[in-house]
Design a protein around this ligand. Structure first.
Ligand code: AMP
Length: 500
């Protein structure tokens, strides 16, 4: 399913031809990319999005700009499957472009939610791509709709377009900042107008955004540095929390329009979400993950025969654990790379099947052994139950499951797609109960201070936590306006779901 519009009059109504699905609701867990002032901007964007594919596999989109016109191509599915022909690339001409990959959620979403979103504003065409989640989007939407705004998607990100369109400030940059001041939650934006590319990060810097440069003076924004590496761009620096960078033909300007706040970048990016070859604040994610394993080994010692990672997400932490503990590391589980992430599967039944499809025991390595299995996190516990059983069935004498993050007790409202609290295993059970449920001989989690040590802090500053760790602590660094809204307001949000 593709929607391909070669016009500056990028009418959102053409996106509504897709039937709306039952689960068509706010879900954003994504990657963003933007490039300015380089020939073949769309080719760079395709490559950048390909490197960011792990951040979202449901859909991808690119909007480019060339001589007075915007061009768009959006599609469900992977970047490599949908942006792979000369004709698609040629349909996205120009020296500037932005792109977006969107995470898969149960049931999927319609084409109308695929980003970048586009609007013809009074100031001209404007496209925006968003990573994160706005925690007051429904509340703002209710006000905007009451004033006559007609929303075309159920994406929280569309709110920003309406706020910009109705802002009384004069320049696009000021309108954008005005809009940013009214939204709450987590956001990393890249936006494209006729003459500039904007990159902006929320005041707490919850979601990542980096700035890069091509040898020919072209500038890049991307969710992660791995998207710079793929096109040979130099990493300049992270976009600062609360910073708005505008790039136009005269160069780059940076402003910080928000009161300076104590930053709270997402710690789960280090644990799971970012690619290990990316840098976060100049630090290698891979090294941090190995450090987590080392800290885990210091906290939880065991006289085991083998350390085995749950691939791929448990691999760096397992290497760190094995090095610190002096225990041999072996690939006791082999992953089939042609199956997507377990989370993509829509129902529990299929998710179980997904795990079987995805992993297989490497019997010869496991038979008769005391095994420390290392995974990055336990969410619903589905993966752990299957993997522990698989390793036992393969002959392991004892299976100890060690987790490279603290128990995930609370859902994320900032753009990582976690299930509701009552589905999170650690919110329902004690660690002892979890171990029994999973069938492990023992179950250990790294402590929250251990995790902070792994990212380079002395410990968690409980008065002023250095990261957003709400999924482990339940402490949310912004108001959860929509979540705390009245039932009436929540009812309003349901109306936007277009249930069949
Ligand atoms: P579960 O089977 O629900 O316990 O999920 C745990 C597995 O999913 C772990 O092996 C993680 O690597 C992976 N995981 C953790 N968080 C997420 C997320 N937000 N999206 C996708 N996968 C995740």
């Amino acid at each position: 399913m593709t929607d391909h519009i070669n016009s500056s009059n990028f009418s959102p109504s053409t996106l509504t031809t897709t039937p709306f699905t039952e689960d068509d609701k706010f879900h954003d867990e994504c990657g963003v990319f933007g490039v300015f002032n380089t020939p073949e901007a769309s080719t760079h964007t395709v490559l950048g999005l390909h490197a960011l594919q792990h951040r979202g596999q449901e859909a991808a989109g690119i909007v480019s700009y060339y001589e007075g016109q915007f061009y768009a191509h959006k599609s469900t599915g992977h970047v490599a499957d949908n942006f792979n022909t000369k004709s698609v690339i040629e349909s996205l001409p120009g020296n500037s472009a932005i792109g977006h990959v969107r995470y898969s959620t149960a049931g999927g979403s319609g084409l109308r939610n695929i980003q970048p979103l586009f609007a013809d504003l009074a100031s001209g065409g404007f496209a925006v791509a968003h990573n994160g989640n706005l925690t007051n989007a429904l509340t703002l939407k209710k006000h905007l709709v009451a004033k006559g705004a007609i929303f075309q998607s159920t994406s929280d990100s569309e709110v920003i377009i309406h706020l910009i369109a109705t802002s009384t400030y004069l320049t696009l940059q000021d309108k954008f900042i005005d809009a940013m001041r009214r939204i709450e939650g987590a956001f990393a934006f890249v936006a494209l107008s006729e003459d500039c590319l904007i990159g902006a990060r929320d005041p707490l810097g919850v979601r990542p955004l980096v700035l890069g440069k091509l040898p020919n003076d072209g500038y890049i924004f991307a969710s992660e540095t791995c998207a710079l590496d793929i096109i040979g761009a130099d990493f300049i620096r992270d976009v600062d929390p609360g910073e708005v960078i505008t790039i136009n033909k005269n160069g780059m300007t940076s402003i910080k329009p928000f009161p300076i706040m104590h930053p709270r970048p997402c710690i789960f990016e280090h644990v799971y979400f970012s690619r290990p070859d990316s840098l976060s604040n100049g630090t290698s994610i891979y090294k941090v993950r190995k450090n987590i394993g080392k800290e885990l080994a210091k906290e939880c010692k065991l006289n085991a025969d083998l350390v085995v990672p749950v691939p791929d997400s448990g691999v760096p932490a397992a290497i760190g654990y094995a090095q610190e503990a002096g225990i041999p590391f072996e690939l006791g589980i082999i992953r089939n790379h042609y199956v997507g992430r377990t989370f993509i599967e829509p129902s529990d039944t299929i998710r179980h099947l997904g795990v079987k499809l995805k992993h297989n025991a490497n019997r010869g390595e496991l038979d008769g052994k005391i095994v420390v299995l290392v995974d990055d996190s336990i969410v619903r516990g589905t993966t752990s139950v299957k993997i522990v059983d698989m390793v036992r069935q393969a002959g392991a004498k004892e299976v100890h499951l060690y987790i490279a993050s603290p128990p995930t007790t609370d859902p994320c409202f900032y753009g990582v797609d976690t299930p509701d609290k009552d589905k999170l295993l650690a919110s329902r059970m004690s660690i002892k109960e979890m171990a029994e449920y999973i069938g492990a001989d023992s179950l250990k989690f790294i402590s929250i201070d251990g995790l902070y040590r792994a990212v380079g802090e002395a410990n968690r500053d409980n008065k002023k936590p250095q990261y957003c760790d709400a999924c482990f602590s339940g402490e949310y660094p912004t108001p959860l306006t929509d979540n705390n809204a009245s039932d009436d307001d929540k009812q309003f949000s349901l109306l936007t779901d277009y249930k069949k």
